[in-house]
Write a protein that binds this ligand. Structure first.
Ligand code: ZN
Length: 136
């Protein structure tokens, strides 16, 4: 039996494009960057950064890949909803509030908690859809 070890760059890009479009953030500014994480939403600039390190992704990384992209998409959805400058202010205010409470500025940040919940809650549905389409 042939087991696909890698997801091709074409399929990876198609999945990202599909998720951005479905969640209506296809117009978010995108920047390609060499970094360890699959993706990162730069709240300061309203930019979704995608890693150039993973032109192809390993099959075993698919869960982490989908959760990360969806988590960052959620930040982009928030930025679209409030306007990215306003969202930046809200995000910073939340960070300061957490620091003032002696909590962690990221781990206890409500925008991070919501984004993670979104990614964890929806990645399986995307995984099923992409499997059906033969992308993964
Ligand atoms: Zn986040």
């Amino acid at each position: 039996m042939l087991i696909k070890e890698f997801i091709s760059e074409t399929n990876k890009n198609k999945m990202i494009a599909d998720m951005l479009k479905y969640h209506k953030v296809q117009n978010v500014k995108i920047k390609l960057k060499a970094m360890k994480d699959f993706a990162h939403f730069d709240v300061d600039r309203g930019t979704l950064e995608l890693s150039t390190k993973y032109s192809r992704i390993k099959n075993i990384q698919i869960k982490e890949f989908l959760i990360t992209i969806l988590h960052e998409i959620y930040h982009a959805m928030d930025a679209k909803k409030y306007g990215w400058k306003k969202f930046k202010e809200m995000y910073e205010m939340e960070m300061n509030l957490m620091i003032a409470k002696g909590k962690d500025e990221y781990k206890d940040n409500k925008y991070e908690i919501e984004a993670e919940k979104f990614g964890q809650g929806i990645w399986k549905a995307w995984s099923r859809k992409f499997k059906k389409e033969g992308l993964i």
